[in-house]
Design a binder for this molecule. Sequence first.
Ligand SMILES: Nc1ncnc2c1ncn2[C@@H]1O[C@H](COP(=O)(O)OP(=O)(O)OP(=O)(O)O)[C@@H](O)[C@H]1O
Length: 225
Amino acid sequence: MIELENAAYSYGGAELLSDMSLQLGAGSFHFLTGPSGAGKTTFLKLCYAELVPSAGTVRLLGQDVRQMDRDDVARLRRRVGVVHQDCQFLDHLSLRENIALPLEVSGHDMNADSINLDELLGWVGLAERARALPPELSGGERQRAALARAVIMSPDVIIADEPTGNIDWEMSLRLLTLLVELNKMGKTIVIATHDLNLIRATKAEVSARVLRIANRRLQLAGSDL
Ligand SMILES: Nc1ncnc2c1ncn2[C@@H]1O[C@H](COP(=O)(O)OP(=O)(O)OP(=O)(O)O)[C@@H](O)[C@H]1O
């Protein structure tokens, strides 16, 4: 699904991530940890072709990101769902409209479409909040809405950047349960998190690999977490 071969990334000439080689296979579940500023968000952006490596190669769904044109990137956006760290919404649209936005932007006929928005809202526990405006939502509701928006196109890969950043433990577990469910449906999952307890709590549910960024390198963390 995602392959890195000696990939590196530099901001303004200073190398932040160096010599990363790794394969994230179809249906795999990966956590990504590392100190603040280590480059987790940057790594994820390389994984969903928001950034292009400054050296080496990143292949997403078999395609070299450096060789993608705008159409390729647009196609790819439908197959890779991203939960962003700040989960921004359009404040003047309801929660339901925000979640449906990726469908509308990609020209789906909302009436003819088989995707059941109400079912998705129910799955993330937000059926009752469908008409609420984003500023009226709690942190946990926003995070679950962001997940619903990321999966509405039925992507093969879901990349989540600190999806439990601003929510309590119980809600974090609930959100993670949703991601585990998606993985059991065959989706490839990559989650950046600081929260090692969350990783530990997931171990019983799913066979996840833990990646760590340290000293500009990507490493596989040991089993001592
Ligand atoms: N667009 C940019 N231009 C220049 N430097 C940047 C840019 N984006 C990020 N950086 C720098 O790259 C480093 C890594 O940032 P990144 O957001 O990838 O780290 P992170 O591990 O996700 O951090 P956190 O855990 O705090 O979210 C930081 O020092 C950041 O300031």
